[in-house]
Design a protein around this ligand. Structure first.
Ligand code: HEC
Length: 646
């Protein structure tokens, strides 16, 4: 899911390598060879890392991609970040050695991308405005709709870059008044000036992939607080005006491979934190007792960080299943990672969450499901599974299945995107959810009954609706990725393919508008085949020369206009009534001299949670936030657009 997509590319990479080593000619390496294995760091890598990273499995970046990471990022990842659970037992010297080994390019591009912070001359207090975008989904129902954008539909054709800010990976920003908030891959949590990109404050050493939600708070000295899901599976609260830490929660989930990927949703006095994991990757290792992780929501007090309740989406008891080929006792059911921000329904007192696939043969009703959970008690009000038996771990797409691959395999159709609570003109409410299958569903929010199902794409483990939907009160907008099918099409031109890896079917990337009541498609605009300036990761050792126009990023709407980006680096504005493209900009056709002093920053694919619209400006991250081949490797640039760049 969220994993999905990052995941996708790596999973495919393994397949491509297999194909390449067979009948087909091996393509020449497109980058200089990395140094031979001869150091201590190399030994650590071989013993502890190589099984997942070379060739890369799951979402794991391969060694060439890691070479572009700042060295300090690699060390942080192993000491406190996502890899800490897998690096247990390594000494500080081992970690240093393997980081040095993995980053031979240190001092060049990767380190440079971190930039030099230019502090603002003054930091006037946060003043909220009608045009804020203070949470990931913009409002409680997660509509991703800005009703007061501060620019008109007629202005979008004049959008130009006003400022740019380089970083190594980064997510979607929030904006309140003149303040912009964003976390990034270098462990920096920034409050920037939204007009110029100067830095109000920066907190370093904060590993987080979540979007900071900005709320009024009685416990924060300035009256404004912000919360992020951080490394070590903790939630951290800061004063949004000063960056001073208010509290740190206890560890929210004890499963050793769990992590916080989706953005925590603040509603009233509580924060609802979605929990995901790396077990889909670890589960592919023969010695790993696959699998025991279950996705959950943890409710935390916004005032103190105390845990109020935790509800796991899988409630069937954990039991031994069978013994695998190397003698490891396997177990289940497991899976159902929650990769996206919960959606709040204040009227019903519920939060809605979408869940990921199942990892084992043991049946469960909690995977690939939408759940309604009581905000106060954590009780599950209803649960609707749409794809039963979707059992999958990394390595199941290979011709040679990984040992722990479930006997009955599913298609890996997670819900990776937040559901959207739609209020129609009649006052009626319908809950919409989009899945990697390429299907969008409408549910009755009272009962979970399925009202309609609409296909917007072909769908695969790498396809369909990846990151989100947007709703403007009249139409529901769904971007469809079909990344797997696109890679396949591109490879076929080169005489290769992803045969057996993806469901047969044409790639149908594009943006669709749906009628919220019936789910009927009102218009569909295919992703244009456009000048390609971005062909995926710089290492290019997988699908070289294939330009992927997957429309996987979450769309964002304002009156009359929908913004939606593609993996080949284009951001477009669509007329919301007709689907006509009003404006298109290739974020990778040029490079950027950024306000934090990086020259020639290239950007990358547009993916993930994407565009924020606030106070006359449109913000987008060029380059992805994942460790994947879509640009999460030191090339990212946050772009602020305004009419004529004014
Ligand atoms: C069981 C499989 C597995 C093993 C073993 C493993 N990794 Fe990873 N690694 C992954 C996956 C999967 C990701 C992607 C995580 C994500 O993006 O959510 C990853 C990501 C990373 C990243 C990028 C993290 C970031 O924040 O972008 C680094 C650096 C890394 N691994 C280094 C290592 C090193 C060094 C070792 C050995 C000490 C190691 N890994 C062992 C699976 C593994």
């Amino acid at each position: 899911m969220a994993t999905t997509f990052r995941a996708a590319a790596r999973r495919i990479a393994v397949g491509v390598l297999l194909v390449m080593s067979g009948v087909l000619p091996v393509l020449p390496a497109l980058t200089a060879p990395l140094p031979p294995i001869q150091t201590d760091g190399a030994r650590v890598f071989q013993q502890h890392c190589q099984s997942c990273h070379e060739p890369a499995t799951g979402r794991a970046p391969n060694r060439r991609i890691l070479a572009f990471h700042p060295r300090e990022d690699v060390i942080r990842s192993l000491t406190s970040g996502v890899m800490a659970s897998l690096a247990g037992g390594l000494t500080a010297d081992d970690i240093r050695a393997v980081a040095v080994y993995l980053t031979p390019l240190e001092s060049s591009a990767a380190a440079a991308a971190v930039g030099t912070d230019r502090m603002c001359a003054d930091s006037p207090p946060i003043h909220p405005g009608p045009s804020d975008w203070a949470s990931l989904g913009q409002d409680d129902p997660a509509r991703r709709f800005q009703p007061h954008p501060g620019l008109g539909a007629g202005d979008v054709a004049r959008l130009k870059v006003k400022w740019s800010f380089a970083m190594s990976g980064g997510g979607q920003p929030t904006v309140v008044g003149d303040w912009l908030f964003i976390t990034n891959r270098s462990g920096r949590f920034y409050a920037l000036d939204a007009a110029t990109g100067c830095v109000h404050w920066v907190v370093s050493g904060v590993g987080s992939r979540t979007t900071p939600m900005i709320v009024r708070s009685k416990v924060s000295p300035s009256g404004w607080a912000t919360y992020i899901g951080a490394d070590g599976r903790v939630l951290r609260a800061f004063d949004a005006q000063t960056g001073r830490e208010l509290w740190k929660s206890p560890v929210l989930e004890t499963h050793p491979i769990a992590m916080l990927t989706g953005t925590p949703t603040v509603s009233g006095d509580s924060i609802f934190v979605p929990v995901s994991s790396l077990e889909e990757a670890a589960g592919s290792q023969p010695a790993y007792p696959c699998c025991s992780f279950r996705g959950s929501i943890v409710a935390v007090s916004a005032a103190t960080g105390r845990i109020l309740w935790q509800t796991h989406v899988i409630d069937e008891p954990l039991r031994p299943t069978h013994i695998n080929a190397v003698g490891t006792q396997l177990q289940g059911p497991a899976g159902g990672g929650v990769w996206s921000a919960p959606t709040a329904d204040l009227k019903r007192g519920l939060i809605y969450v979408g869940t990921g696939d199942s990892y084992t043969d043991a049946p469960t009703t909690g995977a690939d499901a939408v759940l309604a959970i009581d905000m106060v008690s954590g009780a599950v009000r209803w649960k609707r599974q749409v794809t039963p038996g979707d059992n999958w771990v990394v390595g199941c797409n290979d011709r040679e299945k990984s040992t722990n691959c479930p006997r009955r395999e599913g298609p890996d159709y997670d819900f990776g995107a937040s559901p959207v609570l739609m209020t129609l003109a009649s006052g009626r409410q319908i809950l919409a959810a989009g899945q990697k299958s390429g299907l969008v569903y409408g549910f009755n929010p009272d009962t979970g009954a399925l009202l309609w199902t609409t296909r917007v794409g072909t769908g695969s483990f790498l396809g369909g609706v990846e990151w989100g939907l947007a709703f403007d009160g009249r139409r529901l907008y769904a971007a469809n990725a079909d990344t797997g099918e696109l890679f396949d099409e591109g490879l076929r031109v080169q005489g290769r393919s992803l045969d057996g890896w993806i469901s047969p079917g044409p790639a149908r990337p594009g943006l669709s508008a749906l009628d919220p009541l019936s789910g009927a498609i009102l218009w569909q605009t295919p992703a244009p085949v456009a000048d390609c300036h971005y062909f995926g990761d710089r290492s290019l050792d997988f699908a070289p020369g294939v330009c992927v126009r997957a429309q996987s990023a979450a769309p964002s709407a304002m009156p009359g206009v929908v913004f939606s980006g593609t993996l080949d680096g284009w951001l477009r504005a669509y007329d919301s009534a007709s689907g006509r493209i009003l404006w298109a900009f290739s974020t990778t056709a040029t490079t950027y001299d950024t306000v934090n002093g990086v020259r020639g920053q290239p950007g990358g694919g547009i993916d993930g949670l994407s565009t924020t619209i606030a106070d006359g400006r449109v913000y987008v991250m060029s380059g992805f936030n994942g460790g994947s081949s879509t640009g999460g490797n030191g090339t990212n640039v946050l772009l602020a657009f305004s009419p004529d760049g004014q």
